[in-house]
Design a protein around this ligand. Structure first.
Ligand code: ADP
Length: 174
């Protein structure tokens, strides 16, 4: 069975799914944006768990429990900082989505929710990031046999618009 990709505008910390993805930084010790929101909602136990992970490389991912979140787990990934597009940003961003789905596959998760990785302070152009998110997820879904739903969670209106546009562009080829 292939999972359904659903775009929604919401606060990712409120979602009751098997795993939410955190757009973290290499230290995994918290930050602003969605990272800050996830740590506040999960409680201090999340930071304690992250301290044991020894950071994370750009494009890779690591998992912790969700603690006080409605989500059972948090998959922490580190998106690339946009610096013009010639520093492997696209491959690294695609790798974030792939690494998170690999972890979801290993754990047999049925549902996962992604924020718009790198689209906040990391400055990735939103339409390019949306295309990479959707294509990378679609390319890797066949490895996730248990996965039923992938949520693409948009906080801000421009991200929601970009996701809908990119989704309509590639619908014909999925
Ligand atoms: P990055 O450092 O990877 O750019 P940010 O946290 O700055 O990460 O932003 C990533 C995206 O997450 C942005 O589009 C931002 O609007 C969105 N975001 C911020 N808070 C939340 C939240 N609570 N739920 C879902 N998305 C959020």
């Amino acid at each position: 069975m292939t999972a359904t990709i659903t775009i929604l505008q919401d606060d990712i910390t409120q979602l009751k799914v098997d795993a939410i993805v955190n757009a973290a930084n290499v230290s995994l010790l918290g930050g602003g944006g969605v990272d800050g929101a996830i740590h506040s909602a999960a409680g201090p136990e999340l930071l304690d768990a992250c301290k044991k992970l020894n950071g994370c490389r750009v494009g890779q991912a690591k998992i912790t429990p969700g603690f006080r979140l409605p989500a059972r787990f948090v998959i922490h990934t580190v998106g690339p900082i946009w610096s013009g597009g010639a520093s492997d940003e696209a491959q690294l961003l695609a790798s974030c989505y792939r690494s998170c789905l690999d972890i979801a596959a290993v754990h047999g998760f049925k549902s996962i929710a992604f924020p718009a990785i790198s689209c906040g302070v990391y400055g990735y152009p939103v339409d390019q990031a949306a295309a990479i998110a959707i294509n990378s997820i679609a390319d890797n879904l066949q490895n996730c046999v248990d996965l039923e739903t992938v949520y693409l969670v948009c906080f801000a209106e421009p991200v929601l618009k970009a996701y809908h546009e990119q989704f309509n562009c590639i619908k014909g080829v999925l």
